[in-house]
Design a protein around this ligand. Structure first.
Ligand code: ADP
Ligand code: MG
Ligand code: ZN
Length: 473
């Protein structure tokens, strides 16, 4: 049995209870009396954080508590200078939702808002505190222990990450913006014989172990995989908190698990009870972007392969571009240009589409050129690569036409030269020629492809086909 507690940093401009910026800065620059816990300071709730948490609540189909409040949780560690953490305990902002993974619904127990502690930087024998992070808004998403394997836990986290990305609530590419506590207990089956010698199998629930601060989907799978194996090999699993070590790929004991009583929750007396207006709820609900699951369903109707669609769904921007291009161009061609050529190029440079503002109108131009048989697929990909390269070099991104001229691809080949290449290809691919003559019409495309490759430049496909036919008939 596996249950996850997923902490997600919300992308607000300012912190949860004070006007300090959440932007990158020198250590301990973005701090004030409130987030450092000076006496006499009082927190003021950041409304933007509430709105982002509500977006998550709607996306995960949770019930929203229109009235909620905050509590203080005892936190006697140096990374929170107040010595308590403001969190939600008794009434979270939302509860009882679900997320479908494969063919199973994983229940979400609750989603609550809390403040993040400072970042600890370990250096030699010291632990340095960077309070810039202290007081930034987090949301904690807690599942029921419905997950049945490390693999399923990984799929859950990936699905969750995708949804969070599509509703624009967190910058998940930034390291540390999603941290997961993974809980796991193992069920043991023991064979017992009664006094008559009859066999009875007893189901025994083991104690729960919590693995703290795991950093992403893949690490969750690895940490839980290790822990499942460890628990199988020992008789008595203690209830405890363990730490995952990414380098050694093992967990080690950190402390015996605190009980709820140890946290000594009390109501936060400096914040009022909050009440959400229907107006705000309706606004957020109506503006919620289409979720990836629904998008996928819609794209499947275009007759695209699942692989192409899944690639488009790796970034919300890719899907926005896709829908825009589909308004004027063929769906398949648009998807291939984005998911294959553009995405491949971006991956190669370790970039995201949102960091590279490729003009979608220029991508449409490439599709035009392809449709008019003025360029081959290979050259289309080359143009995309050049466009991204221009961007990386800090140059003005050239138009496809300009790139073709620069690459000297603008002049179509003389008929005579093309005919010569056709003859060479025919002599080099006797097998395909025979297949074609035997009625295997698909071999023609194979031969055209080879001619295209050899020309290394834009050649008219219709003309190649004509020349090939003339050569073979
Ligand atoms: P705490 O707040 O003390 O960490 P909770 O009862 O709130 O404990 O549960 C935290 C997480 O542990 C939840 O995600 C829940 O699904 C998971 N969990 C609870 N019981 C078990 C169990 N027996 N095995 C695995 N996970 C569990
Ligand atoms: Mg916990
Ligand atoms: Zn502050």
């Amino acid at each position: 049995m596996i249950g996850l507690e997923v902490h997600v940093q919300l992308n607000t401009e300012t912190k949860l209870f004070c006007p300090c910026s959440t932007k990158q800065a020198e250590p301990n620059e973005n701090v004030c009396g409130v987030c450092l816990g000076f006496p006499g300071t009082k927190p003021v709730l950041n409304e933007k954080a509430i709105e982002l948490a509500l977006k998550i609540a709607y996306a995960l189909e949770l019930e929203i508590n229109k009235e909620f409040m905050f509590s203080r949780k005892t936190y006697f560690y140096p990374d929170l200078a107040k010595n308590f953490q403001i969190t939600q305990y008794e009434i979270p902002i939302a509860q009882n939702g679900k997320l479908r993974v494969g063919d199973r619904d994983i229940r979400i127990r609750r989603v609550h808002i809390e403040e993040d502690p400072a970042r600890i930087v370990r250096k030699d024998d010291c632990a340095l505190m960077d309070y810039n992070r202290s007081g930034t808004p987090l949301v904690e998403i807690v599942t029921e222990p419905d997950l049945k394997s490390p693999r399923e836990a990984r799929l859950f986290v990936q699905k969750l990450q995708q949804i969070l990305q599509f509703i624009y609530v967190s910058d998940l590419e930034k390291e540390g913006n999603m941290r997961i506590d993974a809980n796991i207990s193992t069920i043991r089956y023991e064979d017992k014989y009664d006094y008559k010698g009859g066999l009875k199998t007893e189901k025994k629930y083991g104690q729960r172990v919590e693995i703290k601060n795991v950093s992403g989907a893949k690490e969750v799978e690895k940490a839980l995989g290790y822990e499942a194996l460890r628990q199988k090999n020992i008789q008595n699993v203690k209830m405890e908190t363990r730490l995952w070590n990414e380098k050694t790929k093992t967990t080690s004991s950190a402390r015996e698990k605190e009980g709820e009583a140890d946290y000594g929750y009390i109501f936060e007396p400096d914040l009022p009870k909050f009440e959400l207006s229907d107006e705000l709820l309706n606004k957020i609900k109506s503006k919620l972007p289409e979720l990836p699951g629904k998008k996928k369903h819609r794209f499947l109707k275009y007759g695209l392969s699942e692989e192409l669609i899944d690639t488009l769904l790796t970034e919300p921007e890719l899907t926005h571009y896709f829908e825009y291009m589909c308004e004027t161009h063929n769906e398949k061609a648009s998807a291939v240009l984005l998911a294959k050529y553009l995405k491949k190029t971006l991956n190669y440079h370790n970039l995201k589409l949102k960091d590279v503002p490729v003009d979608v109108r220029q991508l449409r131009r490439i599709l035009d050129l392809l449709q008019q048989y003025l360029i081959s697929d290979e050259i289309a990909e080359l143009i995309v690569r050049e466009m991204v390269k221009d961007y990386i070099d800090g140059k003005r991104v050239r138009t496809p036409e300009k790139i073709l001229i620069d690459l000297d691809y603008e002049k179509p080949l003389e008929d005579e030269q093309l005919a010569k290449i056709v003859r060479i290809v025919v002599s080099e691919h006797k097998r395909a020629v025979k297949d074609y003559l035997d009625g295997e019409l698909k071999s023609m495309d194979y031969l055209i492809g080879h001619v295209m490759k050899k020309t290394r430049r834009g050649a008219d496909v219709k003309k190649i086909r004509e020349l090939l036919k003339r050569e073979l008939d």
